[in-house]
Ligand binder design. Sequence first.
Ligand code: ADP
Ligand code: MG
Length: 564
Amino acid sequence: MTTFKELGLSEALLLGLADLGFEMPTPIQQQVIPVALKSTSDIVALAQTGTGKTAAFGLPLLQRLQLGQKHVQAVVLCPTRELCLQVADDLTKYGRFAPSCKIAPVYGGAPIEAQIRQLRAGIHVVIATPGRLIDLLVRQALNLDKVSLVVLDEADEMLHLGFRDAVNLILEATENRHSLWLFSATMPEEVRTIARTYMRNPIEISLIAHQQINADIEHEYYLCRPEHRYDALKRIVDAHPGIYGLIFCRTRMEAKEVAERMIRDGYSADALHGDLLQSDRDRIMQRFREGHLQLLVATDVAARGIDVSDLSHVIHYSLPDEPESYLHRAGRTGRAGRKGVSISILSPKMEERLRLIERRIRIAFTQKAIPSGAQVCERQLMYIIQSIRQQEVQREQIAPFLPQIYEALHELSKEELIERFASVEFNRFLAYYRNAPDINLNTRFRRSENANRAELTHKDKRLKASQRLSINIGQRDGLYKSVLLDLLTHELCIPKHAVGKIEIKHNHTLIEVSSRFAHKVCRGLDNFKVQGRRIRVESEYPLNGRKAAVKKGRERTSKAAAIL
Ligand code: ADP
Ligand code: MG
């Protein structure tokens, strides 16, 4: 094993690492750091989440700075505000003993003026979200002419979130750079395109190819109708008492919704997503790490950086787009030789994606039946019995109460006692599951599902025409196409193909959207604010053929809306 010192890091950085308690470099650090220190080549580095990529680029980045020169020398792009703050914080810690090094995080959703002032103070490294960096460039608050190093961190997530145009612009604005480093957990086509377009003979360091398919993980899936997914989740969780796991959702909205419902239904659960303050994230993570929370509902981006190693289950409430991401999610369980289970809850539509994952990463999935009410009750009962068997008894503390307890229970036989103890918890499940229907998708149902779909397609054809919607937010408010597209596709779950041309004007924006989704867009956008201004939506042409602009889209009047 090579030590950090042997990798060629400076004394100041070694002190910082010792202070953080980093003893040995992780594999990706071992491979990237020496290359990044010695050559100016472009680098593509691929490694799973949680493998220490921040230090892999952060340490050589810091060491390459010319601290005497007071201009921006390195730019790190991160997909979200949280990651931006986290990377800035990590780099500041590594560089603690090189005090003249100035690092500034800049990200959207915070006042830009304060960030502009900060940048004027002679910053060496800017850690930015792509949208905000463009904003700062437009305002000429930042000069990137002398940037010699650009790092794309979590490149896959960044492009996945719709920042492609912004990233392209930034890479064009930093043409004078010597090196471009791309760090990612997966290598989807759009990341490959960036590498092909902007890199010259990059050195590729990939720990993904060597990544063994972990044989300790079982891959299971359950099929149900889309509207039964939440019930299926509950049954699965109830049938696994003692579960300690992560539940993955595709969007923040979905994660929030699932967590809120679980909390309401009495589960020990919480959500981790991009809308939270860092302090809330930390608090939730701590509760989860210490086992006070059994279930954490998270989006893929938010789950990056979760460093909990003894999870019993990973549940995919929604499957990820990329097969590699599935592997990452699943890899959160089955660690350190323990067994783990990765569970997907699927509607029939999603089954195709599962097959793709199966082919692409060559793992076998086993279909399981969603437990019936009676099965859930049985599992819970046996769990209660096991816990009673294993219950530690504080003999001394309980002794003084025993006479009273014996007195109160003396009329009950052993059999009666057992029945009653077991019923304390069990009755709750029994009551809940008394008339629980079978929510498994059987073949008979599947046929009718297909018939429904065929009907929908027919309706679709009739309603194919698209609608132009206008919103009261534009360039003036700092709106970007990528941000809007992200909002539409990720937050509101509008399929990409349903969104047409987007024209951002000075004080308003026109969005072309398939009629089928026009109502959903109207209703959904109404919940969001840009720079403190509530978004108002108007459809240029009436949604329902009558001459009335639909404001806020509250009314479900249109034909298009009726089938949504
Ligand atoms: P990634 O970007 O690959 O997902 P991070 O850089 O966020 O991973 O690192 C994951 C965790 O591992 C962090 O908590 C970080 O502090 C820790 N870590 C990174 N490198 C080391 C190391 N060499 N020794 C100990 N802990 C490390
Ligand atoms: Mg990272």
